[in-house]
Write a protein that binds this ligand. Sequence first.
Ligand code: FAS
Ligand code: PHB
Length: 389
Amino acid sequence: MKTEVVIIGGGPSGLLLSQLLNRAGVDTVILERTSRARVLARIRAGVLEDGTVNLLREAGVGDRMDREGQPHEGCYLTDDDLMVRINFYELTGKKVMVYGQTEVTADLYDAQDAIGTTIVHEVEGVVIQDAATTAPYVEYTKDGVLHRVDCRFVAGCDGFHGVSRQTIPAEKRDEFERVYPFGWLGVLSRTPPANHELIYANSRHGFALASMRNENLCRYYVQVPLTDKVEEWSDDRFWEALKMRLPHETAQNMITGPSIEKSIAPLRSFVSEPLRWGSLFLVGDSAHIVPPTGAKGLNLAVSDVYYLHDALIAALKKNNMSGVESYADRALARIWKAMRFSWQMTTMLHQFDGEDSFAAQMRKATLSHLSQSETARRDLAENYIGLPF
Ligand code: FAS
Ligand code: PHB
């Protein structure tokens, strides 16, 4: 098989990159390790930045998002009963869109099917060969048969546990990491939202997040020790822990119900440099991971796609390699700023094992300052709605 760009990974970054390239007349092949059903069963991000919303519309996959998504003009940060509203719209003139990553991924699959893009599911043994040359190829096995795809470029959209990052020699990689000593226990429930906007809650009992997917589907998280197992958390125990961390009035009025999904996700900050190795480009979670506190993971994958799709179209259609040469630096400049914001939100809102009373006071003072300073709220709002691409 021969194509212009092989994309490894059929998650949001791989699908969006393929969609944008196909619409510009660039041929792609997507290789995905799991089944489509398993990709679409994942419960991940819930908040889309302004730039992400615009790029999805440009890719021709914004219609259902615009029909079913919920534009949000603000969110709350709370400290026990102190509620600080960050009014993004008033402070930046922009909003975010509450529309689940699962839905974005489904919309992208539908659009790619309509184009007739080759997406090979349940591949095994993907190996990127000759990545450092201008004639790379990718080998994979499907149903026991070995296949080879020759191409001009390879996009590594295969997430944190993929093969792309590992294709860059370890001695050529600089990796930066902060592993947090806690995780997020997440629950999905068919209940009305506890609040009309998201609540990021700091409390003496630990962090909690009250989010939603729509008026009848909510996503909640509580900070848990890394040693906790999801089977140790009954629904009743979860709701009790959540209510202790939310403002008293919100907790009193919220409607709980059975969990339809429950899982624990570890939190880490991670960046691997370089993002380019010859004809191979790392995109999204294959290159970086952020703690979900800043709602940046999916959105950062999208900005990588924005930079790379531009570069590959220029290279393949106009023989202009300037975008290819500058991709890594352009993407990393935005990645590191989102890394900082996600780290700042995480340290500002979570209790750390063994912390002293001073740390708890610093969290309280930060939230108190936010409640009194429009400048501080504007800084948070500019980062939360997404820095410019
Ligand atoms: P993905 O990991 O989504 O996709 C990579 C794809 O590559 C997968 O489908 C995988 O099966 C495939 N793959 C892997 N190895 C392969 C191989 N060798 N060959 C072929 N295919 C291969 N972000 C937020 O903004 N907010 C959140 O609340 C949030 N919650 C999260 C919760 C969890 C449990 C996790 C793991 C992540 C969460 N994220 C969140 C981050 C997440 O949304 C990612 O940023 C987003 O999925 C990135 O998309 P991709 O880069 O496409 O990577
Ligand atoms: C979610 O709805 O899953 C969500 C929203 C905002 C975050 C993290 C997760 O920061």
